[in-house]
Design a protein around this ligand. Structure first.
Ligand code: NAD
Ligand code: ZN
Length: 360
């Protein structure tokens, strides 16, 4: 047995209002006055002075507001990196991502591509990154993806949606200030929160499960059930707990894998642009066969929060379009192997997968 040796986020600050300490955290990391910090910030905060006035810029530091309406693309990373290199006197001191999974993934990818030649798409895959990234900080403003703790940055490229999985991907520093999540709209809160719940179910029922993953997965699952099914949590408690659930859910899949919902939702995302959180929910709702208990509880959570998922999103697709989704999905072999075991190809045939997509 050859065990994998994973890096983890080396520094994390947790607490309401901890965002105010950002300047103290990053100041010692400034390489020179000509080497700015670049803040990549979700543009939902553009006119939000409560947050933007507290972003600690000095010298040539820049804030770049980015829309999270679409999930990150490799070409978008290339454009950002070019812009940053052309407009800074020296290599930046660091990249600081403030937002959800979309912005956190962009921040990770940009920090890698500043020190690695060529195009971002060339690094989609496992352990293709050659040089360490520049210093990068992740500050989540919505909880659930685990992107703040993971070893990947999920990007849509010209050929596929696939992460840059590498030892250089994880953040050097994470700031967990649950107050930043206070204005997330309910539906988005549910979708991104369910990403965490689905990470737990897929990890805990997978064939790759081990005690490392299980310990984190059990904890995250317990937190999710408390957050999404009980009535006695205060808003602040719920926000703090979801932040920690996301962290633990991310840690759980680090040493195992996700499963059927993620494999199928990647297909939806690639073809239809369906966002990660809602896409996982749409798929998971139909996966009783694979996750009977998990789906039952999911439906209860959905009901409790009055969430109505879109229906018929695959209704008008052509055979060719189904084939594109099916190929994207089936190419994610580790996910299927984790979910269904070594003989997964016998269970999840293209025909079976098409029947599942047709229900959605
Ligand atoms: P997101 O970043 O796509 O944001 C969803 C929406 O919420 C956006 O409209 C955004 O503007 C809004 N939003 C974020 N914070 C807000 C706040 N505080 N107040 C109001 N609105 C706010 O959402 P997400 O679900 O966190 O991320 C999805 C992305 O994460 C996908 O691209 C997916 O591929 C990626 N992902 C990455 C990993 C990983 O390990 N790297 C894991 C899972 C998912
Ligand atoms: Zn996910």
């Amino acid at each position: 047995m050859n065990y994998r040796n994973f890096p983890m986020v080396p520094r994390v600050i947790f607490g309401r209002g901890s965002f105010n300490q950002l300047n103290d955290i990053i100041a010692p990391k400034r390489l020179s006055i000509n080497a700015p910090f670049i803040f990549l910030v979700d543009d939902v905060f553009k006119n939000n002075t409560w947050l933007s006035s507290r972003i600690p810029t000095s010298y040539d530091d820049r804030i770049i507001y980015i829309s999270a309406n679409e999930e990150p693309r490799t070409s978008q990373v290339d454009t950002l990196v070019e812009d940053i290199i052309l407009n800074t006197k020296e290599r930046p001191s660091g990249i600081i991502g403030i937002g959800g999974g979309t912005i956190l993934d962009l921040a990770k990818a940009v920090s890698i591509m500043i020190t690695n030649k060529g195009e971002t798409k060339d690094y989609q895959g496992w352990d293709l990154v050659k040089n360490p990234a520049i210093y990068h900080v992740g500050i989540p403003t919505i909880s659930g993806t685990g992107a703040e703790v993971s070893r990947t940055t999920v990007l849509t490229g010209p050929e596929r949606k696939l992460g840059i999985n590498s030892d250089y991907t994880p953040f050097d520093q994470v700031v967990l200030d649950s107050e930043l999540t206070k204005d997330v709209p309910t539906e988005q809160w549910f979708y991104t929160g369910m990403d965490c719940y689905i990470h737990c179910i897929e990890s805990l029922t997978g064939t790759y499960l081990n005690a490392f993953s299980q310990s984190y997965g059990d904890m995250a699952l317990q937190l999710c059930e408390e957050i999404f099914l009980t009535d006695n949590l205060s808003r602040v408690d719920a926000q703090e707990k979801l932040m920690m659930a996301s962290w633990h859910g991310g840690m759980s899949i680090a040493y195992s894998q996700v499963g059927v919902a993620h494999a199928m939702s990647y297909g939806l995302s690639y073809l239809l642009g369906t966002r990660h959180g809602i896409g996982n929910c749409i798929v998971f709702d139909h996966l009783e066969e694979f996750y009977p208990e998990g789906v039952k509880v999911f439906k209860a959570m959905k009901k409790k929060h009055n969430i109505v998922l879109p229906k018929g999103i695959c209704a008008n697709l052509s055979d060719r379009e189904f084939d594109i989704m099916i190929n994207i999905s089936l190419s994610l072999e580790p996910l299927w192997e984790n979910a269904l075991g070594k003989n997964w190809k016998k269970i999840m045939t293209p025909k079976k997968l098409k029947e599942l997509y047709q229900k959605m």
